[in-house]
Structure formats: structure tokens, C-alpha cells
Design a protein around this ligand. Sequence first.
Ligand code: SF4
Length: 536
Amino acid sequence: MRWENGAWNWGWRVIIGRVIGAVERGRLRKAVETRRGISEPEPQIPNDTFTRLKFGGEDTLRPGEHLFSSHTLTDDKFHDHCGVFAVYGHPEAAKLAYLGLYALQHRGQESAGIAATDGKRLVSHKGMGHVAEVFTEGALAGLPGHSAIGHTRYSTAGDTDLKNAQPIMVSCQKGQVALAHNGNLVNAVALRRELEGRGDIFQTSSDSEVILHYFARSKQSGIPESVADALDKVVGAYSLVMLFKDTVYAIRDPRGFRPLNLGKLNGSYVVASETCAFDLINATYVREIEPGEMLILDGRGLTSLRFSPPVPHAQCIFEHVYFSRPDSLIFGRSVQSSREMLGRLLAREHPVEADLVVPVPDSGVSAAIGYSDESGIPLRFGLIRNHYIGRTFIEPSQAIRDFGVKLKLNPVRSLLDGKRVVLVDDSIIRGTTSRKIVRIVREAGAKEVHVRISCPPTVSPCYYGIDTPTRKELIASTHSVDEIRRFIGADTLGYLSLEGLRQAVDDKQGRYCLACYTANYPTTVQEPLLAARNRE
Ligand code: SF4
């Protein structure tokens, strides 16, 4: 048997790979512990530090050199849970839903689905991947009818699996119903246990399904009453669209965590998480669905009902900071205006002598415009983003430092060389990506790098439909601003204050949720969720 023998060589690589992997993992752990003891603060090493090698179908994690690898790109950003869309009374309802979902793609890229009705029965089509991949002409032709609802999903509750793709469609004694949900229920685990204890069988592992179970179980005879009955049980964030044979429901939870908007297209009504979906189909924005409102769209027009007594509102402020598209109106405000104001206030709170304001694209662009306008320091696009990378890619055999970030962002050396740079971004989550970006800017010749963040330090995880790391992985939960500055390698670091954040969205009445900056949650959160987000 010789080294060149492929099968033999492969077998030994498997064994050697596992042994070296185990030894190296130990070494790396030790090295990290040692570094922590003697120098700058080091947060938990995230998974993207490792390269995942696949040998014979098994995974071995090994840092450093490798033969080949499939690298998963993590972007150290919060991710929204989902986007929802609905249309009532249009002959091409499914096609409009498809276009609406297209505009909402940024809110979820794991799966997409549409359910439609022709007044006699509901049909649906769902798949994993982007909207353009899931829907073909043929798939849309199989969704006839005048009304439809659609969903794009990024999982925060439930596994990444086709069975969790939405809309969830069921038949019960009240007829066929489909549901699409943006948000997260904070008591779903307990409710599900209770329902399973009573013999209910769930078809998904998603929190949204409990609403349908309580709807089906309701003793009320009317549909609106049964929906209200179900919503009475759940706590948390939900912007819902529901489809029945000849009716569409649009519902927002009493605190209004997630956005939901009403639009009009000729004689038809449309509903969407963000108004950018209306622009694509030439619909006009009418208004927000109010927190605690159940809006029924049917042959009689619009019927607005209140399904819960009023409670203090808790609209997610992060929708304005990062999640929503800048061309959307969210909670009745222009996201672009909010972000520019965040940048202006940031410049007032954290001025610095510098030559250039450089946004971290795309999320830092609007705030950087505001910072530049307010400070008078010229704005330059010193980092160029590659928009055409997927979630995984093949790395070269020689390790390249900061490869993942370089794949996404490339510095413009001719702009940065010898300059004092203000680098503007919307948030620092783990700190690892910010550190790589600062290093890239320095390596391109920047003389000084001053990082400015257009929100306060993110110290707490979200339970309301945003995919966040655990508390321990959030660098600001355990490190001071100066420790973070040293970790990311910036000359100075400035975060916008909480007062500045509220001022930027004109929040005089305390209508926003600020929990990821304050840890003051607007609802109680049940133990299983708390444990999951606070785990080591
Ligand atoms: S905790 Fe943060 S991300 Fe979650 S709803 Fe509140 S403000 Fe938004």
C-alpha cells in the first residue's frame, strides 16, 4: 500500500484529521485562556473561527490549515425572523404576493411560501431558499384565486426545515385556514406542552402553530371570536396574516413589536411587514395596522376590531436601527430619516477630528450620511461590498487572514491611505467582525480609525422574533466600551446614547422596546426561552 493510494490516503486523513482536530481544539482553548489572562479582553470565540472539514460524512472542527473546506459565512449581525404579505380582492393575488415577498426578502432567506384561495379552497406552495428559487411560473399558476398570503422565513423558533416553512395551512371544523407570522411568542413552549398533554399533534416545531391549535379548539362559533380566543392565550410578538376561503385577516399584537402596514392597489387591499413591498407593486400606503387591531378584509371592505385591552406599546426600535429597508416606512416613520438622524446625533455626541467618514456597507450607510452632514467631514465609500456571495464558499488551501470578511468587504486603498477615518456602523454584536473590519482599514493605510456606532451597546438578547446570540456572546454584556475599543483595535469608539436613540425616532411617549440595550423586557419571558438565550 502506498501514500498515493487514494483510499488508503483518505482513510488515514480521516484518522489523522480527528486526532489533530482534538489536539488542536485543546491547544486553541488553552491559547485563548492564556491570552485572556495576560492581555486584552477576549470574548468567546465564535464558530466562524473554525473551519468545518467534512471527512467521510462526519464533521471535524479544526482551526488553521486544511485540505479543503466549505466555509459558512456568519455576518455577526442580528437577523429578523420573517416578512409577511397579504392581498385581498385581486385576480393575480399569488403573483402580487410573490412580488411582495421579493421586496421583503431581506427579512428572511431560509424559506418562502404562499397560500391562495379562489373562494372555494386554499392551496399553498412552499420551499427552502430565496423567493426567486422557490417560485416558478408553474408554481404560481398552481395558486389561483383572488386572495393570498405569503411569508419569508428566517428561523428563530423551530428548526430550519421545510416543515417549518410558512404559511402553515390546516383544516379544522371551522374550515381551511393558513397563517403567516412575523415575531416570536414568549410563552409558546408552555402552551405547546399543555396542548400536547391534551393530545394535540403538531406538524411543525414553530411557535406559530400554537395559535392555530387554540383557534381550532375555540368553543366560539364565529371566526373573529375564535381568532381572538386563540390570541388571548399567547404572549409576545406577532404580526399575523391569516387566510380563509373568502377572507383575509391582518393582526398585530397589543404591544406592536413588529410592523404591519395596510396598502391599497386600485380596488384591492394589500398588507405587508414593510412599505417597500407596496412600492414594487404600485400600491399606496394607507396606514399601520394598530397594535391590538384585528383587520378583516372581505367582500364588505374593511372591518377593524380590537381583540385586547390597550397596553403600553413596545415597537422594536431595532427595526429603525438595522432590520428594515431604508426605503420603508416603519411605525409610520421613514427609516432613512431615522438612520440619518441617528448619525447626526452620533456626531454631536462623539465628535472627532478626522479626514473621512466611511460607512460599513450597507448597514452603516444612512447613519454615515448623517454623521458626515452634521460634522462636515466628507463621506467616502472606502469599503466596497461584494453583493454576490452566497452563504457558503470554498476557501483556498492556504489560510488567508480575515478571509470571510474580505470576501464581503474590500477597502479602497487610494481613499484610505494616510487618512484619519471615522468608521460608522449600526451595531457591534460579538465584536469579531468589527475587529476584522478595523484591521482591513488599517492595512489599507488608514492613520487612525475612529469607530462610531449608531445605537447604544447591545447587552441583552431578544425574545421577540430577532435572531440574537446568547447574552454571553454579546460583547457589550460583559465588556466596557473601552475594553471593546481595545478588542476591535480602534483608536476611539463611540456609541449613541439611549436618549439619542429615542430622540432619533421621536419617541416622546415611550412607545418603543429598548430591551436589547436595557434588559428591561416589556413582557415576562418564560423559563425555557430565558435558558436558551442565556446559556453558556
Ligand atoms: S429586544 Fe431589541 S431587537 Fe428585540 S424587540 Fe426589543 S428592541 Fe427589538
